[in-house]
Design a protein around this ligand. Structure first.
Ligand SMILES: [Zn+2]
Length: 238
């Protein structure tokens, strides 16, 4: 949360700001460009007319989706302002991020009562497709069945892999373990690809999750003799 000394800020900064926290929203009740502001109109009485122009400007820059069940009059200037903003791809992207990379389906659900023009949805779809975060974290395909092995409950089957994570000029090694039934992701940092270190990480997984996996799927790096004897000892099906 940003606590801002607004007196020291320039107008430009205010314009650039995408402040979305709950407090901010309360503050913005002075002059609304968003449906939430329409919704919160009731709280306006008592806030007085002494709102600074900076605050007004800030609230004008914000788009927020109305809460489900709240109707917004389409003739209202607030609605028109919201439409204008939703037509702006940058604003739409900010909204996308603000709502934790909301999917197009969620966006449609959240805005279904607004009667938005189709072009806004087309733009949103495009933003979602081109969002770097969303395109690198596509939902995992169902892994209920792999090579005849079934993963219907936790620990039935785990997927293991070594990953190299580049950060700046450095690269870090990590072991990633995904449970086949629940997609629970577990990861730990490694200093090497040596089998004993990875096996220690497996032990850590077992300790953290209070159970030994039944089956394990990974590339050939996980099926050397050292790994095989670990699996045999713990009754794990490679
Ligand atoms: Zn995204």
């Amino acid at each position: 949360m940003i606590s801002e000394g607004r007196c020291t800020r320039s107008k430009k900064e205010e314009i650039e700001e995408v402040s979305v926290d709950a407090e901010g929203r309360k503050e913005s009740s002075g002059s609304g460009g968003s449906p939430e502001d329409v919704v919160s109109k009731g709280n306006r009485e008592g806030t007085g007319e002494e709102k600074s122009s900076l605050e007004e400007k800030r609230s004008l820059r914000r788009i927020a989706l109305p809460l489900p069940g709240h109707e917004v009059s389409r003739a209202s200037p607030q609605y028109k302002r919201m439409l204008e903003k939703l037509n702006d791809e940058v604003e739409l992207y900010k909204l996308h991020v603000k709502h934790y990379h909301m999917s197009p389906a969620q966006f449609r659900r959240r805005t279904s009562m607004l009667g938005l023009p189709g072009e806004i949805y087309d733009k949103y779809d495009k933003i979602f497709r081109t969002c770097r975060v969303c395109s690198t974290s596509v939902p995992t395909p169902p892994r209920a069945r792999v090579a005849g092995l079934r993963a219907s409950s936790f620990r039935d089957l785990i997927f293991v892999d070594h990953e190299e994570i580049k950060f700046g000029s450095k690269a870090y090694l990590a072991l990633v373990i995904i449970d086949g039934a629940t997609n629970l992701l577990w990861a730990t940092a490694l200093t090497s690809l040596e089998a004993p270190e990875t096996l220690n990480a497996f032990r850590q997984w077992t300790e953290d999750n209070n159970c030994v996996p039944k089956g394990i799927v990974g590339d050939q790096a996980f099926f050397t003799d050292q790994f095989m004897s670990y699996y045999k000892f713990h009754g794990i099906t490679p």
